[in-house]
Structures are given as structure tokens and as C-alpha cells.
Design a binder for this molecule. Structure first.
Ligand SMILES: *[C@@H]1O[C@H](CO)[C@@H](O)[C@H](O)[C@H]1NC(C)=O
Ligand SMILES: *[C@@H]1O[C@H](CO)[C@@H](O)[C@H](O)[C@H]1NC(C)=O
Ligand SMILES: *[C@@H]1O[C@H](CO)[C@@H](O)[C@H](O)[C@H]1NC(C)=O
Ligand SMILES: *[C@@H]1O[C@H](CO)[C@@H](O)[C@H](O)[C@H]1NC(C)=O
Ligand SMILES: *[C@@H]1O[C@H](CO)[C@@H](O)[C@H](O)[C@H]1NC(C)=O
Ligand SMILES: *[C@@H]1O[C@H](CO)[C@@H](O)[C@H](O)[C@H]1NC(C)=O
Ligand SMILES: *[C@@H]1O[C@H](CO)[C@@H](O)[C@H](O)[C@H]1NC(C)=O
Length: 506
């Protein structure tokens, strides 16, 4: 299994386990079961923001007049809590990641929760090539046609978009002196951290939540991602780990015969008449990966509706003594927690490749600069042993897009090697939050780098749990994480105001 081409959240392209099959597999995203529950859950007319469009330059880095094409970039804005330009009240900007920005705005309640206290303006900017921010006149077919058009999809262009839009918006609001803090989770968190490093004159600080900026090249072990998933399940129960670990051979075995395949179809309530064992493996792994990532302490509906502590719930299903030694029945019950928690799904559609959150562009990013080796599995892994294959990816990208990835570009552009030593003397005002139950935390910044480049590490936490809307059921550790983040950001803002006073004195 190779989650490399999957969006950080929604790592959902299915690869067969064997790298040699790489060129053949079909990329796909959420099974329709989840999509439907999810679409139902989206508010039809949101009351969280107003939607606006900004005429954005397609290519920030070329002065050939043909590069002066523009496109409409969507952003969401909420000025209800803003103190306004007279008091230089702050502006909180979410640097959008690989998907529809509305979805991220709805899942970044933290910004809403703290806006009144900071009197902050809230802005959520959509990443180019995602959601409604599609170049080539909004024509997705044209924009995604080939490498010529997709060439404009990169993190560097996206950061330049954010800078351009923020500066223009501040001018329009006559709020040039309002301090900006950028927020982001996952890939959006990487963008937030990099934005602070590249555009310190535009943002005074960044809250980068669950941003695996060290998951490149060899900086982080290729085994770390799956080791953390393994640990998540194993720490619930040794039996749970053993059953899952033993299940892959059983699935593979069943996949060899028609009778076995029929058993898989029946056991897992699969819609399709024909599936292969590989698809079932992929479908089960996907449930495990995403459940580990979103192992939140309260019921949630980010990737799919789930109970509080879903890993615990999955292991409970697997450890259920009533199911004896029936591995498929156990896995089916566990998978239902991720794919069918509402109980509304009539059968599981393993071949559906619809993409309700518009995440499709990630595949291009994974084939160019986002080369994040996470697919290694050592002997102890809950998944079958395997090693990351760069060659497999390069072949796929050549076949699909006729491009070769540039696996060392990200560290060349943004750094990453020896980050402690480098950032100790450069950069300031970044919070790196990581929850250690999140498989991406292995590639995160887990140590304090300087007085103002701070790592907040929470062993109970999952993927950007801090950015979620607060609830009355939030555990003490989560309240504490948010309190620390708020207090650090307050410090940045008061320092900024002090610096304004000081600089006016000269
Ligand atoms: C801003 O968000 C709040 C919810 O926190 C909502 O009540 C308000 O209507 C929103 N304002 C705008 C302008 O969308
Ligand atoms: C600023 O105002 C101009 C003129 O009305 C408008 O075209 C532009 O889109 C605005 N910028 C933003 C970021 O909304
Ligand atoms: C990773 O490390 C190995 C061994 O040190 C080396 O052969 C390989 O080229 C490195 N890969 C990258 C992408 O740096
Ligand atoms: C499961 O248990 C049944 C009876 O309890 C037994 O016949 C069967 O061989 C067992 N299967 C495995 C794979 O252990
Ligand atoms: C099934 O979905 C509907 C919305 O379409 C929802 O009202 C209902 O509560 C769901 N059923 C269950 C068991 O969750
Ligand atoms: C989803 O859950 C409901 C309620 O438990 C169940 O009746 C239904 O069969 C499940 N769907 C699938 C595909 O197994
Ligand atoms: C980083 O420093 C802060 C205090 O400034 C502390 O609260 C936090 O625990 C430290 N983080 C780590 C990972 O040691």
C-alpha cells in the first residue's frame, strides 16, 4: 500500500501492494458510502462566512506577457468579530490546503472560537487548482488536462497567491498595519509555517498544526508513519493488533479463488460483483489509516462520521469474543465504524472514485514536489512488510503525467535538513502542534527550536485536533493545548504593537 499520492487527509488513492502494479492501478478517492454521508452533513447555506473572489495572477514568477493570465481565486471572510483598522485589530488567515476551502473552514472552528477574544477578522483562502479556484476560466478539464496547465500548481505559487491576496485585502480595508497570523493544518500547516519563513513582512506568526514539514527525503524514517498507526492499535490491545496483522494473508488467500472472492464480497457487504483481493486490502487499510489520523476524543465528522476515540471502538469490535476466530467478521465490524457509523450505508462501493472535496490535484503535487516517503512497513508493522519505492512512483508519474518528481525540491526551497540548527538563528513566531497518535506526527517538528519557534506536543492528540471547534466534552489536555496556543499568539500581537510604538518614536 502506498499512501504517497493521497492528499494528507484523504490519502485515498488505492495502490496494490506490489510496486510493479503501480502503473496499472486506478486512482480513487472516497468510497461513495462516505461521500454521501458527508455531503448530507454539509450545511446547505452556511452562516460562517461570506464568499468572495479575487483576480489572481496565474504565474508569479515569469514576466513573459503570456504569463500575465489570471484566474478567480475564492476566499471566505467573516468580519463579525473584527475590531477594525482603527485599532489595528488582527487578521487571521487560513492558508488553504488540497481541497475545497469551505470544508476546511467548517473544520477549523478554533479560529471562530478565538476570534471574539482577539477581535480578529477571519479569512480562509482557497489553494489554486482546488475547489472553485480553478485556473483556465474555472474549467477543470482544461486546468487538469496535462502538465502544461498543471505546471502552475505548486506550493510556491500558492504561497505567492496568499501574499498577493492578503496585501491587496489589507489595502482595500485600509488595514495595512493590522497584524496577520496564518493558520493551517496538515498540508495547510506546512504552507502556514513556510509562509511565515518566506513572507515575514506579511504575517507576524504562524500556527502550523500537524504539518509534516520533515516528511521529505530521508529526514524522517519511511517506517514512522505506519509505525505510529501500529502503535495506536497495539496500545489498545495486543489481540487487536495481531488479528489485523494476521488478516492480510487471509484476504490475499481468499483473493486467489472465485469462492474466496465471493466470501470477501459477502463478508464485507461489497456492492460490486467483481473485486480483487487487493481492493479489499486497500479498503481495510484506508479505514485503519484514517481512523488513526482522526482518533479524536469527541465524536467527529471530518473524513466520515465517527464516535469518540474510534481506534478504541475498532479494537473493541475486533476483540469481541462472540466473533470467535472469524477474522472477516471482525474486520467488517471494525470497518463499519469508519465507513458506516451512521448505519445508513446499504453496501460498500469499493470502486467508486468520486471526489466530493476536490482533492484530485494532490496526485499532481505528489508527482512533482510532494514526495513524502511514508509507505515503509517494518516487520512489526500492522500492515504487510514493504519498503518505499521511489522508482515505482517515478514510473507512475511518467506514465500518468509524463513528469519526473523532484524529490529534493522542497528541502531546497524551504529547508528541513538540520532544521533545529538552521531555524535557531533564523525565523521566529511559529507554533508547531503535533498529536502523537497522528501518523503524520513523525514528520513534524517535535522539539522547541528557539524561544519563539515552539513545539507543542500532545501524546493523546490526533491530526490537527487543536483546530477543531471546541466542545464541552473536550478533555483537559486539549483545552490546555489551545490555552497555550492562545497565550503564545497574544504574545506575538502585543510584541507587534510594542514594535509599532517603538518604530514610530524614530
Ligand atoms: C461569522 O461567524 C459567526 C459564527 O461564529 C456567525 O454567527 C456570523 O454570522 C458570521 N459572520 C459572517 C459575516 O459570515
Ligand atoms: C480590492 O478591491 C478591488 C477593487 O474593488 C477588487 O477588485 C479586489 O478584488 C479587492 N481585493 C480583494 C482581496 O478582495
Ligand atoms: C536516503 O539515504 C540513503 C542511504 O543513506 C541514500 O542511499 C539515499 O540516496 C537517500 N535518499 C534521499 C532521497 O536522500
Ligand atoms: C475457527 O474455529 C473453528 C471452530 O471453532 C475451527 O473449525 C476452525 O478451524 C478455526 N479456524 C481457524 C482459521 O483457526
Ligand atoms: C441517515 O441519514 C439521514 C439523513 O439523510 C439522517 O437523518 C439519519 O439520522 C441517518 N440515520 C442514521 C441511523 O444515522
Ligand atoms: C450499516 O449499518 C447498518 C446498521 O448497523 C446495517 O444495517 C447495514 O447493513 C450496514 N451497511 C453495510 C454495508 O454493512
Ligand atoms: C517548548 O517550550 C514551551 C515553553 O516555552 C513548553 O511549554 C513546551 O513544553 C516545550 N515543548 C517541548 C516539546 O519541549
Amino acid at each position: 500500500m502506498a499512501p504517497w499520492m493521497l492528499p494528507l487527509f484523504l490519502t485515498l488513492v488505492f495502490l496494490q501492494y506490489s510496486p510493479s502494479s503501480c502503473a496499472k492501478f486506478q486512482p480513487r478517492y472516497f468510497p461513495s458510502s462516505i461521500i454521501h454521508t458527508k455531503l448530507q452533513s454539509l450545511p446547505s447555506n452556511n452562516k460562517l462566512y461570506k464568499t468572495r473572489y479575487f483576480t489572481q495572477i496565474l504565474d508569479h514568477f515569469n514576466y513573459n506577457p503570456q504569463s500575465y493570465q489570471t484566474f478567480q481565486q475564492r476566499y471566505l471572510i467573516n468580519n463579525t468579530f473584527w475590531g477594525g483598522p482603527k485599532i489595528n485589530a488582527p487578521i487571521f488567515v487560513y492558508t488553504g490546503n488540497e481541497g475545497n476551502i469551505e470544508w476546511f473552514a467548517q473544520n477549523t472552528g478554533f479560529m471562530y472560537d478565538i476570534a471574539p477574544e482577539f477581535k480578529a477578522l477571519l479569512v480562509f483562502i482557497e489553494h489554486r487548482f482546488y475547489g472553485k479556484s480553478i485556473p483556465y476560466g474555472g474549467d477543470k478539464k482544461k486546468a487538469y488536462k496535462n502538465s502544461k496547465s498543471l505546471g502552475y500548481l505548486s506550493s510556491t505559487q500558492a504561497l505567492a497567491d496568499y501574499a498577493t491576496l492578503i496585501v491587496d485585502l489589507k489595502n482595500n480595508l485600509t488595514a495595512m498595519d493590522s497584524p496577520v497570523i496564518v493558520f493551517g493544518g496538515s498540508y495547510g500547516g506546512m504552507l502556514a509555517a513556510w509562509f511565515r519563513l518566506k513572507y515575514p513582512h506579511v504575517a507576524i506568526g504562524a500556527l502550523a498544526s500537524s504539518s509534516p514539514i520533515l516528511q521529505f527525503e530521508n529526514i524522517t524514517s519511511q517506517y514512522s508513519f505506519n509505525n505510529i498507526i501500529t502503535q495506536d492499535f497495539r496500545s489498545e490491545s495486543e489481540n487487536c493488533y495481531k488479528v489485523i496483522k494476521g488478516s492480510w494473508d487471509e484476504i490475499k488467500e481468499a483473493g486467489r479463488t472465485n469462492r474466496g472472492l465471493e466470501l470477501l464480497r459477502k463478508s464485507f457487504h461489497i456492492c460490486e460483483n467483481y473485486i480483487s483481493g487487493g481492493y479489499v486490502e486497500g479498503w481495510v487499510s484506508e479505514a485503519l489509516i484514517y481512523t488513526a489520523m482522526t482518533d479524536y476524543p469527541t465524536p467527529s465528522n471530518f473524513l466520515s462520521p465517527m464516535p469518540a476515540y474510534p481506534v478504541k471502538q475498532m479494537c473493541k469490535a475486533i476483540d469481541n469474543p462472540k466473533l470467535g476466530n472469524n477474522t472477516f467478521a471482525k474486520l467488517y465490524d471494525a470497518a463499519n465504524i469508519y465507513y458506516n457509523y451512521t448505519g445508513n450505508v446499504s453496501c460498500f462501493n469499493l470502486l467508486d472514485n468520486s471526489d466530493p472535496h476536490d482533492l484530485g490535484g494532490w496526485q499532481w503535487q505528489a508527482c512533482t514536489e510532494m514526495v513524502m516517503p511514508t509507505d515503509g512497513n517494518n516487520k512489526e508493522s500492522i500492515f504487510p512488510a514493504s519498503t518505499y519505492s521511489y522508482t515505482g512512483r517515478a514510473q507512475y508519474c511518467e506514465a500518468y503525467y509524463k513528469v519526473q518528481p523532484r524529490p529534493t525540491w522542497i528541502t531546497t526551497e524551504f529547508g528541513g535538513h538540520d532544521i533545529t540548527r538552521v531555524l535557531k538563528r533564523f525565523g521566529s513566531n511559529i507554533i508547531f502542534f503535533n498529536g502523537l497518535r497522528d501518523p503524520w506526527s513523525g514528520g513534524g517538528v517535535l522539539k522547541n527550536i528557539s524561544k519563539s519557534i515552539i513545539a507543542i506536543v500532545e501524546k493523546e492528540g490526533a491530526h490537527h485536533v487543536d483546530l477543531r471547534f471546541s466542545t464541552n466534552e473536550d478533555p483537559e489536555w486539549l483545552r490546555d493545548v489551545r490555552k497555550r496556543e492562545i497565550s503564545i499568539m497574544k504574545g506575538w500581537i502585543s510584541e507587534y504593537y510594542q514594535d509599532m510604538v517603538d518604530s514610530h518614536a524614530y
